[in-house]
Structure formats: structure tokens, C-alpha cells
Write a protein that binds this ligand. Structure first.
Ligand code: ADP
Ligand code: MG
Length: 408
């Protein structure tokens, strides 16, 4: 049985016109002789009646009295509705299809409501069903904990649903259909002439995704990488092949990387930079991060200097972080609304001058660098939010990411 997975995101199922496009991809794969397991997200974005944020707004007006358990119950409905509507469309076209919830399809998770991790897949019922029908439409983003509670997998969770099914069913590949033509050298909402990348490695896309390129969830990539299942990121509206994600890029392995020091530019907005200074530096370093961890505040972009620690937190946690530090007797400084821009590339190792070129490109645009760091695959800079678009464009231009063909 040749199985493929096809995942359709919120915008790909938002209207009957879009669902027609989506259905045409499913029908084509089915006619090519594959059994198709479709994963759908909830229909549309906030404002659309059954979108995740709309459902949440039903209970989240001023203050919400329900907890994460009930919120998961509520928002899991969005994907269930979407799966049934899409199944009906397929049936209306004469395709043998059936809908399944995440738990029915076999998703077992831990109990971390709102951001649950998949722990096991029990796909026996789905495999049985696949003997009766040609297409199963699974509600993405959800599962069931060992104590049989409904859980959800966090933002971007349907991507993870898709690759987890791909791994469990040993699918030929996983198609992630979305509103862009593939993985691009930068978010096309930031850089108009961003180029489509024909092929990337799991590692490259994982790095881009962790740095904010939300075209696919990084956890989804890790699952596919472990199971060695190729992913294709494609446009629902078009027939174009999109971006192929495997363990090697197209063309000669190795030769490609030297030509491509930078794969793309990713960004993450909405960060606050916190600086804490104290003469007692040994205690300072230990205390600050212990307190942040105790309060469950995720910290990033940590720079430690002799008498100061500098790091970022999401804007919405900044006030909490500052008040905790003040209670401990520190006088933290906070710069709100910063953004992290990352130049990501597996071929950057040993290529001289990348960091200095970045500094020069930003200086030429009068963009102040608030902080920077680098690893063998990524260079990060923190800039003010108002400089974000200019900074992403400047780096994109500097590395000539739009002009050249990325396919080798
Ligand atoms: P879906 O609902 O289909 O999951 P998302 O909105 O989660 O879609 O992801 C697609 C979006 O990711 C695009 O509309 C684009 O703005 C954004 N994006 C960010 N970085 C990139 C990138 N490097 N390449 C392509 N898209 C990107
Ligand atoms: Mg998404």
C-alpha cells in the first residue's frame, strides 16, 4: 500500500474555492494509485467562524474561567469541523473518504495541554479504515493523553500531525500545502523578491523554522528527519513542485554548500531585551536564570559579560520578568519590541567575512545592532522592531538571495 500524507493549513481550506484546489491535489494523488491520508487545520484565520482564535475568543473575552483542559476541548473542534467538511467535499466527487479525529487516528500525547508532545502513534484503526476507503481526512493539531483527555499540539501543530503520521505509516512522502509556493529565502511578507528554494536539507529548514520561519513547524521537520521521510512544501493554488526537504540538497553533495553559505533569512518579532548589571557577577548569572526558570519564562539570546547578563524574553512576559528581578534587588533595563534577525546556512562554516559583511550591511542602513551571536550555521542580530523589515531586506540583498538560482 503506497501511502502519502497531504496537509492543508488554515488558509488552504478557508473557502470552498480553496477547498476545491485542495481536493484536486488529493484526487490527483489518489488517481496516481496512492492511498492518501489528509491532515487539515481549522478553517481560516481569526474572524472566520471556526478558526482556532475565533473559538478561543468565545471564552477568552475579559477573563477566562476555564483551564487548559477545557480550552483544548474547545479548540480541537475547529479541526474536527474542517475534517468533516473536507470529507464531504471528497465524497461529493465520488472519492471513497472518511474523517477521523486525532485520537481516532492514533495520536497519543503527554498531558501538557495546549502544547502537548506526541508520545506514541496507534494507527491500527486508521490502517483498517484505509482498507475500506481511499482517503482518510484526519483532524490535525490534536491527540489524546494517556488519561484519555483531548490535547492540542500548539501553534503549527498540524504540521507535526502530518509528519508523525508519515513516520507511523511509513509514507512515501509528506506534502505540506500552504499559501506560499515553497520555502523561500525570506518571509515573502517581509521581502518582496524572496526566491523559492527548490531543495533544502532537514537541518537547514529546521534551523530556519526555529529562528522564526513559520512555513513549517521545526518539530515536524525533526520527526520526518528521524524517519527519513521526504517533505514537500507546496502551494495549494498551484501545480508547482515547491520545495523538497530531504537529507541532501539537489546536485552534488558538498559542492552545493560552498556555493550557498546562507540558505535564508528568518526573523522573530515581539521580543524584549533585558540587561541586568551587578558587581557580584557569579551570583548574578546564577540568580537571574534560576529565577526565570522558576517563573517558566523562556529566555533566548543570552550574552554573559563580566558584570552583566543580557537576554531576550517574549514581550508578553517582559513585565513579569522585570518585576521578578526587581524583587530580587536588581535594576534591570528593558528594551521592548525588539526583533531577532537570523542568517541561516549550513555552508557558513569556515566562510570568511560573513559576520563582518552583516555588520557593514546593517550599518549602511543606519540600523543599530543591539546584540549579536553566531554559531557554525547561524548568525543572529537583535534590532529594534521598527528596523526589522529594513534589516531583513538588507541582509537578503547583501547575500544576493533573490537574484541567483538556488537549485544546483
Ligand atoms: P498554514 O496555515 O498553511 O500552516 P502558515 O501561515 O503557518 O500557513 O505558514 C505559511 C506562511 O509562512 C507564509 O504565508 C509566509 O508568510 C510565512 N513564512 C515565513 N518565513 C517563510 C519562508 N522562509 N518561506 C516561506 N514562507 C515563510
Ligand atoms: Mg502553519
Amino acid at each position: 500500500m503506497n501511502v502519502i500524507i497531504q496537509k492543508f493549513g488554515g488558509t488552504s481550506v478557508k473557502s470552498s474555492e480553496m477547498r476545491e484546489h485542495a481536493a484536486s491535489h488529493v484526487i490527483k494523488a489518489q488517481q496516481d494509485g496512492c492511498k492518501v491520508v489528509v491532515v487539515v487545520s481549522a478553517i481560516g484565520r481569526e474572524g472566520d467562524p471556526y478558526a482556532t482564535d475565533t473559538l478561543l475568543s468565545l471564552v477568552n473575552k475579559d477573563r477566562s474561567y476555564i483551564g487548559h483542559r477545557e480550552k483544548d476541548l474547545l479548540i480541537s473542534c475547529g479541526e474536527v469541523i474542517s475534517s468533516v467538511i473536507f470529507t464531504e467535499l471528497l465524497l461529493s466527487k465520488g472519492i471513497r473518504a472518511a474523517a477521523m479525529t486525532g485520537p481516532q487516528a492514533g495520536f497519543r500525547t503527554n498531558s501538557d495541554h495546549g502544547d502537548a508532545r506526541i508520545t506514541e502513534m496507534h494507527c491500527e484503526a486508521l490502517i483498517d479504515k484505509l482498507k475500506e476507503v481511499d482517503v482518510i481526512v484526519v483532524a490535525g493539531f490534536q491527540g489524546e493523553s494517556t488519561d484519555r483527555e483531548i490535547t492540542t499540539l500548539g501553534r503549527g501543530g498540524s504540521d507535526t500531525s502530518a509528519t508523525a503520521l508519515g513516520a507511523a505509516l511509513q509514507a512515501e512522502w509528506v506534502d505540506i500545502f500552504t499559501d506560499v509556493e515553497g520555502v523561500m529565502t525570506a518571509d515573502p511578507r517581509m521581502v518582496e523578491d524572496a526566491a523559492i528554494i527548490d531543495s533544502v536539507t532537514y537541518q537547514e529548514i529546521c534551523n530556519l523554522a526555529y529562528q522564526g520561519a513559520k512555513v513549517i513547524h521545526p518539530r515536524a521537520v525533526e520527526i520526518a528527519m528521524q524517519a527519513k521521510i521526504p517533505i514537500r512544501i507546496r502551494s495549494t493554488m498551484m501545480e508547482t513542485p515547491g520545495t523538497l526537504i530531504t537529507s541532501v540538497t539537489g546536485g552534488a553533495v558538498g559542492a552545493d554548500l560552498a556555493d550557498r553559505p546562507i540558505t535564508g533569512i528568518a526573523h522573530m518579532a515581539g521580543l524584549t531585551q533585558i540587561t541586568v548589571k551587578d558587581k557580584d557577577y557569579l551570583n548574578l548569572q546564577a540568580n537571574v536564570f534560576k529565577e526565570m526558570a522558576k517563573a517558566n519564562i523562556s529566555v533566548d539570546f543570552i550574552n554573559i559579560q563580566p558584570y552583566a547578563v543580557i537576554y531576550t524574553v517574549p514581550n508578553e512576559l517582559a513585565d513579569k520578568a522585570v518585576s521578578i528581578l526587581e524583587k530580587k534587588g536588581y535594576s534591570p533595563e528593558a528594551v521592548k519590541d525588539c526583533a531577532k534577525v537570523s542568517a541561516v546556512g549550513a555552508g557558513m562554516t569556515g566562510v570568511p567575512g560573513v559576520a563582518s559583511s552583516i555588520v557593514a550591511a546593517l550599518a549602511a542602513e543606519n540600523i543599530q545592532i543591539l546584540q549579536s551571536a553566531d554559531s557554525h550555521t547561524t548568525i543572529w542580530v537583535l534590532v529594534k522592531g521598527e528596523d526589522l523589515k529594513k534589516a531583513v531586506s538588507a541582509l537578503h540583498r547583501m547575500f544576493e538571495l533573490s537574484s541567483r538560482s538556488v537549485q544546483k
